[in-house]
Design a protein around this ligand. Structure first.
Ligand code: ZN
Length: 177
């Protein structure tokens, strides 16, 4: 396994969108190795999610996991998930705002509104269909990754940029975050 280079904001691939992965390709050695590398890269940089475009591949793959994480302490846990050809449908109009960061936008956080509950459809790394409902922080992480697959970043979703802050200033001036 290897740790992949993470594309930062300004790299055109982050804005280019992605193509669905044919189901029969999922079990190929190349794709399985790539998924392993994505997981290792996410963990190396203490991310809670990573989309393929962030490591310079235009395919519709996201990985996520919320475990003990120094970048996101006190967040509910989400088991390691691989979501291929991810599609997300809001189940309610209700939204909530919370802080988000992104490995492609290092050091910055901002408050982002997200749907509280979403329906998730995807294929797992075994090619089988996954369908489930996610809410709260889990739903937030999935919406963040889904945006990456569609060429968007969390800055695009902020209602205004007044909460955009560097981590150091955030811990100093917003200690409750
Ligand atoms: Zn991100």
């Amino acid at each position: 396994m290897s740790i992949l280079k993470v594309a930062r904001l300004g790299h055109p691939i982050l804005r280019a969108g992605t193509l669905p992965l044919p189901r029969k390709q999922i079990k190929s050695d190349d794709i399985q190795r790539f998924i392993d590398d994505m997981i290792e890269t996410m963990k190396e940089y203490d991310g809670v999610g990573l989309a393929a475009v962030q490591v310079h591949e235009s395919s519709r793959i996201a990985v996520l996991e919320v475990a003990e994480n120094p970048r996101y302490p006190k967040k509910p846990k989400v088991p390691l998930s691989v979501l291929i050809n991810l599609n997300v449908t809001p189940l309610t109009d209700e939204m909530e705002e919370d802080w988000e960061g992104c490995l492609s936008i290092p050091e910055l956080r901002g408050r982002v509104p997200r749907y509280k509950t979403v329906q998730v459809q995807a294929l797992g790394r075994d090619g089988k269909t996954l369908e489930f409902t996610a809410s709260g922080f889990h739903a937030r992480v999935i919406q963040h990754e889904w945006d990456h697959l569609n060429g968007k970043v969390f800055l695009d979703r902020m209602r205004d940029l007044s909460t955009l802050a560097y981590l150091q200033e955030l811990s100093r001036y917003w200690p409750e975050k």
